[in-house]
Design a protein. Structure first.
Length: 132
């Protein structure tokens, strides 16, 4: 019977393993000096905030680039579509944040998300309050 003798192959592999283990700590990592910038190159896009109240009412808040509130008003579900269309007509990809009252019905939040999807809004986030 002819068998393959693998002992020499194992010996070679162990020698290679020892060589790699000895030389690996001696290799110095390359130091890369990355450039720095003071400000982001792209303008900050401020999202529209939609709040779902406990009584299933909606409040829309819009801010300017500095974060100051430009407009805040109560809207109905049918008016929400017009607000989104108006904001999208200004150009660019419109980010939207949805905030819900703790006791708001989940269906109300989903209805807002469905309306945003129908209007073609791609960037939708949920607003949460962090606990300390």
């Amino acid at each position: 019977m002819h068998d393959i003798n693998i002992v020499p192959y194992v010996d070679v592999m162990l020698v290679l393993l020892v060589i790699f283990m000895v030389t690996a700590p001696l290799v110095t990592p390359a130091i890369i000096d990355l450039p720095t910038v003071d400000k982001a190159s792209q303008p900050r896009v401020v999202p529209i905030e939609i709040f779902v109240r406990a009584d299933q009412g909606l409040r829309v808040r819009q801010r300017d680039a500095s974060g100051q509130i430009v407009e805040e008003r109560d809207v109905t579900k049918s008016e929400l579509a017009n607000v989104i269309k108006k904001a999208r007509s200004k150009g660019g990809d419109l980010p939207v944040l949805i905030g819900g009252d703790k006791s708001a019905r989940y269906e109300s939040v989903l209805a807002v998300m469905d309306e945003l999807r129908r209007q073609g809004v791609q960037k939708v986030g949920l607003q949460v309050k962090t606990t300390q």
